[in-house]
Design a protein around this ligand. Structure first.
Ligand SMILES: NC(=O)c1ccc[n+]([C@@H]2O[C@H](COP(=O)([O-])OP(=O)(O)OC[C@H]3O[C@@H](n4cnc5c(N)ncnc54)[C@H](O)[C@@H]3O)[C@@H](O)[C@H]2O)c1
Length: 378
C-alpha cells in the first residue's frame, strides 16, 4: 500500500461541464481529443475545415455526434472571432494546422498562412471573447533550431526550422510568447504552448507519415517506400501528448501565471528510435513475412536526429509517459485490424482511452509503492 498517493492523471471531474473550444477537431489528434473530452462530459465545440483524408478518424469514429461541429477556416479572422463570441469558451486548445513537412515545401504560403496567421487569429479572437481563462497552442518538436545532436531539446532552447512547416511552428511559438507578454498576462489568461513528438495511433491516414505508409503497404501487400530509414524520432502514442495537454490545461486553470510557458511532451529517451526499427516492429506485430522496404532516394531535407527533454513536464506537472513505443505499436496494429474487420471504432477508441487512463493510474500506484518501500527501508 502506498503513502501520500497523489494521482497525476487527467481529472474527468475537472472537465465535466467545462466549455472547451478545440481547433482542428476533424484531424487525427483532434478526433482523439474530442472523443476523450466527450467521454468526460465537456461542452465541446470544434472549428476546423473538413477532414483532408478518406477515410478519416473523424468520420470512422462518428466524432461529430458528441459535439458542436463547425466548418471554419482559421485564416478567416472574422469567422473565428464570431465563433469565439458566440460560444464563449473557458478553455481553448489550438490544434488546427497544416502539419506536413513535405507538403510545406510544395505550399509554403498556405503553410505559413495557416500555422502563423491562423494562430494569431485564434489568439486574438480568444482575448477579445472575454470568456477565455486558458489557451494551449499545440506546436511541435520540430520548432527547435535543430543541431542534429544526441541530446533532447529543452523548452528554453532557441526556435528555428529548416523547412517551412518547422519554421512556421517556430514562428507560432514566437507569436505565442509575444501575445503572452503583451496581452494575456495582463488579462489574467493562462497561455501555454505544447511541443510533442511524432505521434502514432489508430486512425491516422495522412500522407507521408510513417505508420499510415506502413499500414497502407501491408494492406496492399506492396513494398514500403521510406525516405530516411536511419532518421531518429521521438515516437509516442497519441494519447500521451493529449494527456499532457489536458493536465497542462487543468494546471493553468488553477494557477495561470505559474504554468504559462512552453512544455515538451515527448517519450522517454529509449523510445526515440530509428524509422527502420519502427517498420520492423509493426510488420512483426502485423504478422507479415513477405514485406520489403525500398528507399525513396529523392529526399527533401528533414532532420536526422530529434529528441525532446521532458524533465520539466515530469517535475512540474507530474506528467510522464505511460505506454512505451512497443505498447503504442501494439495498440495501433490492434486498432487497424479492428477497423479492417468492421468493428465499432468509436467504441474501440473509447476503450483505448479508458485503458490508457487506467494504466496511468496503475503506474502512479506502483511509483507510490516504490516511494513507500524506500521510506520504510532506509
Ligand atoms: N501528428 C504528429 O505527429 C504531430 C506531431 C507534433 C505536432 N503535431 C501538431 O498537432 C496538431 C494536429 O496534428 P494532426 O496530426 O492531428 O494533423 P491533421 O492534419 O490530422 O489535423 C489538422 C487539423 O487542422 C485542420 N486545419 C488545417 N488547415 C485548416 C484551416 N485553414 N482552417 C481550419 N482548420 C484547418 C484540419 O481540418 C484538421 O482538423 C498540428 O498543430 C500539428 O502541427 C502533430
Amino acid at each position: 500500500m502506498g503513502v501520500s498517493l497523489v494521482e497525476k492523471n487527467v481529472s474527468p471531474d475537472f472537465w465535466r461541464g467545462k466549455r472547451v473550444l478545440l481547433t482542428g477537431h476533424t484531424g487525427f489528434k483532434g478526433s482523439w481529443l474530442s472523443l476523450w473530452l466527450q467521454s468526460m462530459g465537456s461542452t465541446l465545440r470544434g472549428i476546423a475545415i473538413e477532414p483532408s483524408t478518406t477515410p478519416a478518424l473523424f468520420d470512422v469514429a462518428h466524432v461529430a455526434e458528441g459535439m458542436e461541429h463547425r466548418v471554419v477556416d482559421i485564416r478567416d479572422f472574422a469567422a473565428i472571432k464570431a465563433q469565439m463570441q458566440e460560444f464563449q469558451p473557458e478553455i481553448v486548445i489550438h490544434l488546427a494546422a497544416q502539419p506536413l513537412v513535405l507538403y510545406s515545401y510544395q505550399e509554403p504560403i498556405e503553410t505559413y498562412a495557416t500555422n502563423v496567421m491562423g494562430t494569431i487569429h485564434v489568439l486574438e479572437a480568444s482575448r477579445r471573447a472575454g470568456s477565455v481563462k486558458v489557451l494551449i497552442n499545440v506546436t511541435t518538436d520540430k520548432c527547435y533550431e535543430n543541431h542534429e545532436w544526441v541530446w533532447g531539446y529543452r523548452e528554453n532552447e532557441p526556435m528555428g526550422g529548416y523547412d517551412p512547416y518547422s519554421s512556421s511552428k517556430g514562428c507560432s511559438e514566437l507569436v505565442t510568447s509575444a501575445y503572452r507578454c503583451s496581452f494575456f498576462e495582463r488579462a489574467g489568461i493562462g497561455l501555454a504552448s505544447a511541443r510533442a513528438g511524432n505521434v502514432i495511433g489508430g486512425g491516422d491516414w495522412s500522407v507521408d507519415r510513417l505508420i499510415p505508409d506502413i499500414l497502407r503497404a501491408l494492406e496492399a501487400d506492396m513494398p514500403l517506400i521510406i525516405r530516411s530509414p536511419r532518421a531518429v524520432r521521438p515516437w509516442q502514442h497519441v494519447l500521451e501528448p493529449l494527456s499532457g495537454y489536458l493536465m497542462l490545461a487543468e494546471a493553468l486553470y488553477a494557477e495561470r501565471q505559474k504554468y504559462s510557458s512552453a512544455w515538451n511532451f515527448g517519450p522517454d529517451d529509449e523510445d526515440a528510435k530509428p524509422v527502420q526499427w519502427v517498420v520492423e516492429k509493426v510488420t512483426g506485430k502485423w504478422g507479415s513475412n513477405t514485406f520489403s522496404i525500398q528507399s525513396s532516394g529523392k529526399n527533401q531535407h528533414e532532420a536526422n536526429c530529434l529528441k525532446l527533454d521532458i524533465s520539466k513536464a515530469k517535475s512540474q506537472l507530474g506528467w510522464k509517459p505511460t505506454w512505451n513505443l512497443d505498447q503504442a505499436l501494439e495498440k495501433v496494429v490492434a486498432w487497424h485490424k479492428n477497423w479492417l474487420s468492421g468493428s465499432d471504432m468509436r467504441s474501440l477508441c473509447e476503450q483505448q482511452i479508458a485503458a490508457y487512463q487506467s494504466d496511468v493510474k496503475a503506474s502512479n500506484i506502483s511509483i507510490d509503492e516504490n516511494i513507500y518501500e524506500l521510506s520504510t527501508n532506509p
